[in-house]
Design a binder for this molecule. Sequence first.
Ligand SMILES: C[S@@+](CC[C@H](N)C(=O)[O-])C[C@H]1O[C@@H](n2cnc3c(N)ncnc32)[C@H](O)[C@@H]1O
Length: 246
Amino acid sequence: MHWHFYGRSMSFKSLLPIGELNALAVEYGTDKSDRTHDYMRLYEFVFAPYKQAEFCFMELGVGLPRIKAASLRSWRDFFENAKIVGVDNDARLERFSGDDFVIEIGNASRPRFLRKLAETYAPSIVLDDASHKWSHQIIAFKTMFPLLPPGGIYVIEDIFTSFPMDSKYDVYADHPESTWNFIARLQAALAGNQTEWPPISAEESALVGWIDAVFLTRKTVVFVKRNDIRPEESARIEELKRRQSV
Ligand SMILES: C[S@@+](CC[C@H](N)C(=O)[O-])C[C@H]1O[C@@H](n2cnc3c(N)ncnc32)[C@H](O)[C@@H]1O
C-alpha cells in the first residue's frame, strides 16, 4: 500500500496483515475473516507465538451445524500442537466431535459448567463467541479469566451487541450493565493504575490486577493475563475487600 504525501510515495508494512488465519477462515466459512468481521488479522498477531505450542485452545460457541465447526477447523489447522475444544449448547454439534477437536455440550453461561471445563482441559486461550448476551459474556469472563494460567489469553467477540441497534438485538441486553461498559470500567482502572476512579468492586479489582494488556479492535477485545500480580495491587484488592465487606 502506497501513501502519497507531499509528492513523496511512502509505504510501511502493516503490523496486522491478512495472513494464514484469515485464509483458513475464508476456506472453512467462519465469519471471522475479512469478508465479514475481520477478526483474524488481530488474532494472528496475538496467537502467532503459540503456533507450535502444546496447550488447550477453547472456543465457546461452535456455530450452526451447517457451518460444520468452521472456526474449530481453522484453529486446528493453524495451531500445530494444540488441543482444540469447542463448547456449545446445541447437541446436534456433537457429531463433529472427534480426534481433531472435542466438542462439549452445555450452557457456557453457567459458572459451574465453565469451571468443570477449566478443570478438565486447563485452557490457556479462551475465546467467547457463544450467545453474545451481556450477562453471558460477563459471567464467562469473570469465571474463566481467573482460571487461565499466567500469560493466558481471553477473547470476547462481537461486543457490538453492547451498543444500541435495531430492536431485534434487544435479546442481548439481558443485564443491567452492558459488556462494553463492564470492559470499559476494567480498562479505565487498568489505564489509571487502579486509583480510586472508576469505582470497582474487589472482584473487579482482582481481575484488573491480573490484566497485562488489552487489544481492542472493531467488535472484539483480547485480554492478556499477567505472569503475576503486583504487590501494590494485591494490597489494594485486600483493602477493597475490607471496605466492601463493611
Ligand atoms: C456465532 S455462533 C459461533 C460461530 C463460530 N464460532 C464461528 O466462528 O464460526 C454462536 C454459537 O453459540 C451457541 N450458543 C448460544 N448460546 C450458548 C450458550 N449459552 N452456551 C453455549 N453455546 C451457546 C450457538 O448454539 C451457536 O452455535
